[in-house]
Design a protein around this ligand. Structure first.
Ligand code: SF4
Length: 196
């Protein structure tokens, strides 16, 4: 008889509250919770790089230009200055000026070009492998400058080779040449392997 009295004992308030809590949890848990994949999206954004072959090739090419030194007159000293520690064109992946056209893809013509020298400039340009670019540095290289009317001066190097970028000045400062080099970078970044 003693045992029966315990079996029919009335549940306490604590038990009832706990039961209600569990019932409401069961009711609210009928569907699985969605995967917390937001963190994964963020992770992917940080680690997956989507780009094109064109972009990668152009980026690599523009940041590893090998300049050919072709100093013809006073402008050449500003070109040389651009390679020194103060202006430091090595920042743009142009560590060393080349003396051989076979190792270069950017010809910087700095100075007055005479007709006597013109065949040499043309020959050196033709010996450079494709793709290649040319900068005309200074008024003389662009148009003959102050010597334009002279019988012996080429009135612009674009008479004998194609020019990609013109850097004006007499002479242009190294910053001007660096600006021209950045323009060459922009030009390269617009190229596509479909066209080369
Ligand atoms: S542009 Fe001026 S500094 Fe340059 S080569 Fe001609 S004369 Fe000399």
């Amino acid at each position: 008889m003693e045992i029966e009295r315990y079996q029919i004992s009335v549940p306490s308030d604590v038990d009832i509250a706990e039961g209600l809590k569990i019932n409401s949890l069961i009711e609210a848990s009928q569907q699985p919770i969605a995967d917390p994949d937001k963190w994964l999206d963020e992770e992917l954004k940080r680690n997956v790089l989507v780009t094109t072959v064109d972009y990668v090739l152009d980026w690599a090419r523009s940041r590893s230009i090998f300049p050919l030194m072709f100093g013809l007159a006073c402008c050449a000293f500003e070109m040389i200055g651009s390679a020194t520690s103060r202006f430091d064109i090595a920042r743009f992946g142009m560590d060393i000026f080349r003396w051989s056209p076979r190792q270069a893809d950017l010809m910087i013509v700095a100075g007055t070009l005479t007709w006597k020298m013109a065949p040499a400039v043309k020959m050196v340009y033709e010996q450079m492998a494709e793709p290649k670019w040319v900068i005309a540095m200074g008024a003389c290289a662009i148009s003959g400058g102050t010597f334009r009317e002279s019988y012996s001066v080429v009135p612009g190097i674009n008479r004998i080779i194609p020019v990609d970028v013109y850097v004006p000045g007499c002479p242009p400062r190294p910053e001007g040449l660096i600006h021209g080099i950045r323009k060459i970078h922009e030009k390269i970044m617009r190229e596509s392997i479909k066209r080369t």
